[in-house]
Ligand binder design. Sequence first.
Ligand code: BES
Ligand code: ZN
Ligand code: MN
Length: 492
Amino acid sequence: MTDLREITFGTIDLDALAGTAGRVAVFVDGERKLGRAARRVNRLTRGAVARAVEGETWEKKAVGDVVSLAFPTGMAAESVDIVRADRRMTVEAARKAGAALARLAGASAITVLNEASARMAQVALGIALRSYAFTDHKSDKGKLPAPARMLTNKPEELEAAAAPLLAAASGVLFTRDLVNEPANVLTTTEFAARLEALRDIGLEVEVLEEDRLAELGMGALLCVGQGSVSPSKVVVMRWKGAAGAPLALIGKGVVFDTGGISLKPASGMEDMTMDMGGAGTVAGVMKAIALRKAPAHVVGMVGLVENMPSGSAVRPGDVVTSMKGDTVEVVNTDAEGRLVLCDVLWYAQQTEKPAAMVDLATLTGACVVALGHENAAVFSNDDGFAGAFLKAAETEGEGAWRMPMGKGYDDLLKSPVADMKNIGGRPGGAVTAAQFLRRFVSDDVPWVHLDIAGVAHLKAGNDLAPKGATGWGVLALDRLIRDRFETPEDAA
Ligand code: BES
Ligand code: ZN
Ligand code: MN
């Protein structure tokens, strides 16, 4: 489990600067105007800060970029990091700056100096998001990151502004840990146990075991896990910070996907430890809103299964009956995510009468072909709700792109023996998967389906996340909840 880097807040003490250990960050704007703290650092270093921002190198820097002066004379610091700032820095640039500081710092302490507290909270979020490394299974786990200190003129204001952002960051790190965990560690049982631990922060958590799922008639979900020794489970997480119908968040939690009898090729199969990314994101959002005590009613549900080949595994051609009652011909056992989601979607509507639903899944390779690793695919039955999600994702800098749906795609799911088959063929593979899910969503429930196959896990990493799990979607959904599902007067 990865804890957030400790981040504290205080006022600037100019006389303490010379003796400050670790890394010291100052901000300089495009006009090369130095604030009070930057001027003092400049004086201590005999003008090194001013010289660093003189030339062409500085001019070419984008807002949020960092120039470092290593082991400056006149200071105890190991580095002075000069952030290229602007009077009105965007949220994105501020996060990027914080992330750059964290990446440079590694385990070293970070002291950030900025008189104006505007955007300092976003810098703190950037530091929190990039102070992450998944070293649980390395013999050399590296050092724990030393605290970051954010020093400004109004630290109380800053701390209050940063608190909900750091709650969200904590959710993102929880998601990343779950997604990075190998499948022999994160079995369905271990996954459920980690979700049950969220009771400590006030979430209500219920685990539905296989016998209960069978009673409920979840034949689609259960067929996926029947070849695995790990028992299938559905975990329900409730946060009731307001009255009224909840937002339901549904996640695909396939702890490992071999494809089953429709076996995947060996090359790259190890990446399918991330096939529980949808469930991981739902868990991260639930953690974030509980930590910030959101005045919203949200229910998270995840279907936890393992898709393995064995003598008891579901076969191509088998017909299963979903909880809704519709029958499905399992033509390809590797199209398992939709089988899991369809029963959880139906269960959520029956038990929660949700005001809206969002499901997340690493659902199709076709989605990665269509959009690469830049954008998640967004499918919806409601333009208003889809628009609200897209806006939230844009605000949080998480790529998301709306995709089409329609009867022509749905027709591709016709089966000669059952009500539908579980694949629609290669053309439009991400769309036919979405059409399959739509058959389990009532028209009067605004619904967004997010195919996160390309964005949940990155080989290369990005500004805010090292390689591996990204936690994509936690910030966007936390934002969506703030924008659309919070009623402050009902605050718990
Ligand atoms: N989990 C995979 C989809 C996936 C692919 C996620 C790449 C992340 C990266 C899913 O269960 C799957 O195997 N889908 C099949 C569907 C096909 C059989 C219709 C696919 O995309 O090949
Ligand atoms: Zn899968
Ligand atoms: Mn699969």
